[in-house]
Design a protein around this ligand. Sequence first.
Ligand code: FUB
Length: 652
Amino acid sequence: MVSPFFSGSGRNRFRQDPRDRRTPLQTAVAHVPAPILKVIMKVASPLRLDVISRRGVLLVMALLCAVTMIPGTARADNPIIQTIYTADPAPLVYNGRVYLYTGHDEDGSTYFTMKDWRVWSSADMVNWTDHGSPLSVATFSWAKSDAWAGQAIYRNGKFYWYVPTTNRSTGRMAIGVAVSTSPTGPFTDAIGHPLVENGEIDPTVFIDDNGQAYLYWGNPHLSYVKLNTDMISYSGSVTQIPLTTAGFGTRTGDANRPTLFEEGPWVYKRGGLYYNVFAAKCCSEFIGYSTATGPTGPWTYRGTVMPTQGSSFTNHPGVIDFNGGSYFFYHNGALPGGGGYTRSVAVEKFNYNADGTIPTINMTTTGAPQVGTLNPYVRQEAETVAWESGVETEPSSEGGMNVGWIENGDYVKVKGVAFGSDATSFNARVASATSGGRIELHLDGVNGALVGTCTVPGTGGWQTWTTVTCPVNGATGTHDLYFKYTGGSGTLFNVNWWQFNGGTGTGGNLLTNGDMESGTTGWGASGGTLSSDTSAVHGGARALSITGRTASWNGTTQDVTAKLTNGKSYTTSVWVRSQSGTPSAKATLAVTANGTTNYLQLTPATTVNSGGWTQLTGTATVSWSGTLTGATFYVETAAGTDGFSIDDASFQ
Ligand code: FUB
C-alpha cells in the first residue's frame, strides 16, 4: 500500500506510514552527495560481468541512492497507479482502450523482488481500471523467480505476453510467452518452456506491415528473432544486432559497454520509420532512441527521449499513439516510499517533431490530459481511479476487482466526470464484514461540494455484496468526483462498482434494466432466444444472452421510441461476449419516421470473443423527419450467427 495520505492500521499488513518505510541505512544515505555517488558508480561499473551480477551492484547502489518520500501534499495524477508499486510499463491500444501491462515491485523491496505482472486499462488516459494480476512467475512451471519487464501484443484474436523470468533449471533469464483471448487475461503459458533463452532480458515485440513479427530483447546485447505467425515459435536463428556507437551512441568509462544501450528496448514503426527506444547508460538510466529504415537496422542513434530524472536508477519506455495523441510511459520512484526497487509507472503526452524525431520529455506530476470525460450513468468499476488515498484493491467474488481496506478519511478521485444536468441518485455495490460506514460524494476536492451521502450497512462479509442507493443534489456539469469514505475506526467496507442515475431523456440511461440484473425485463430479441445468464457476467450477477440466431441482425433489442429527442447526440456503451467464435458486434438504432426505417450505427463493429468482455462504445446524433413511430436499440453482429451475451448497457 503506497497511498500518500493514509494513517492508522487496517487488516492490510502493508498499511503503514510511508515515512516509516526507510531502513536506518536508507535514511542515513538518502542525502549522499551526487559526486560521491558518481565515484561509487565508477567503482561498481567494472564489476558488472553479466545481468545478474549487475543487479548485485545495483543493490548496493540503490541502498545508497534510496530516496526520501514526497510530502503528503495535494498533487496531480502522475504516477498513474498508486495502490501498489509498478514498473516496466508496456501499453497496448486495443478496441478504443489503452491496456497497460506492468511489473509489480513488492512493498519495501530492496531488490527487484517481482513475483507477478499486472494489467490496467483506460479509455481516457487518466482514470485507470485495475484488472489485477492475470500472470505471475507461477504461471510458468519452469520459472523460479523474477517477473521482469515484458510486452503484450494482439494477433488473430489472441493476446501474447512476452516476459523475462528466471529458468529454474538453468538459473538464467529466459523469455516466456503467455497467451489469452482477453487483454485482461487470465494468461496461460503458451508453450510450457522458454521461447528463447540466452540469459538476457526485456523483450519487446513488433509486427511489421507485411505481417512479419519480431521479438527483440537484451542486456547487455540486443538480439532478435523472427516470430512465426502463431507468435509462439520462431524461424531462423537468434541474431545479435551490432551495438555500434553510430547506432546506439557512445558510452564512456565502461570498456565492456561502449554504447549507450543498456536494456528495455521498445521497437515500433511510425510513418515508415522504425524506432528503438531504450533504457540507456546504467546507472542512473536515461531513455534514448535510435531509428532505422528497416526492422533490423542499421540503427542510427538519435539522442535523448527522457533525461535521467527522479529517484529510480532504472527507467523503462513504452510508446503508443492513442486517440490522435502520442504518449510516453515510463517509471520513476515518485510515490511515498518510492525508489529504485519501489517504482511507479507514469505517462506524458508528447508531439513528434515534424521530421519524426522525438522531443525531450520530462517527468511531471501532472501527467497526460484527459481524453474526453467519464460517463457516470454507466456502471463504473470502483477500482477505476485517477488518484487515491489509503485504499487498495483485491479480486472481487463478483468478478474483476474491488476497492478495499477502506478506512475513515480514505478517498478515491475519478477525474472529469460528465454529469450533465440531471444526476438524481447514486448506486454503489458494497460489502462489509464490520458495520460499514458512508460514501460521501464530493466535487472537485475531497472536501469540495457534497452532493450526496450513501450509508453502507454491515453485510456480514467482505465479499457479501449489496447495492445501496442515495439521492444526489447539485451534480451538474463536469467535475472531478471524490468518493470520500467515512465511518468509525478500523476497516469499514468494500466497493465493487458505482453508477449515477438521472432523468430519462435528458442525460440518463434510456435503457431499462441496462445492467441486466432484472433478468430479461425491458429486452426483446429480433430472432433467436433470449435468456438471463448467470454463467458469465460482466458485472453483478446476471447478463443477457441470445442464442439460436439465424441471421446477423438477430440481436437483443429494446424499444426507446418514447425516450428520444430529435437531433440529440447519444452515447452508447455495452459489454459483449460471444458464446463461440470471434464475431464483429455492433449497436444499431432502427429509427422509423413517416413510414421509413433508417438504421443508425451507434458503435463501430468491434471483434468480440468468448474469453472475456469487450466494450462497444460510440457517440451518434439521432435525427428524423416527420413523426417518429418507432426506435429500437439493437446489439447484433456484422456477420455470422454466433450466440452472444450483453451486459452493462447504456444509451444516453
Ligand atoms: O524491473 C526489472 C528490471 O529493471 C527490468 O527488466 C529492467 O528493464 C529494469 O527496469
